[in-house]
Design a protein around this ligand. Structure first.
Ligand SMILES: [Zn+2]
Length: 124
């Protein structure tokens, strides 16, 4: 199971682009309803309100904030028409109570990005 600490996750995604800043952010809406494996060990169904993307890794790699289990899961998006699950690359538990959610980099500040999507999506 590719489950990391927040610090390890941050190291792996530090070159990825925070979703709100991505000039050509990958549109995940066509994948609504598509299953993905999550770092929590379960399979969830993609939905941009309950598992909004917060970081775009390019090459169909996306970091999702999964509300149901409070995990951050990096997945690889799969083809449009098949029903295959989207592949889990790695992920970590979302450390909601920690200072800056456990992130430490000054740039990019993933905790600031995550806050945007908590307010705009999770809290709807
Ligand atoms: Zn999960």
């Amino acid at each position: 199971m590719p489950k990391l600490t927040t610090k390890e996750l941050e190291e792996k995604i530090k070159m990825w682009i925070p979703y709100s800043q991505a000039p050509q952010a990958f549109n995940m809406s066509p994948y609504t309803g598509k299953p993905f494996d999550c770092a929590c060990g379960k399979t969830h169904v993609y939905n941009n309100l309950t598992s909004p993307p917060f970081v775009d890794g390019g090459m169909y790699k996306m970091g999702l904030m999964v509300k149901e289990c409070k995990h951050l899961s990096a997945i690889k998006v799969r083809g449009f028409f098949n029903t295959d699950k989207m592949e889990l690359l790695f992920g970590c538990k979302f450390e909601e109570k920690k200072k800056r959610f456990g992130f430490t980099l000054e740039y990019p500040k993933f905790d600031e990005e995550i806050k945007i999507w908590i307010a705009e999506r999770w809290e709807l």
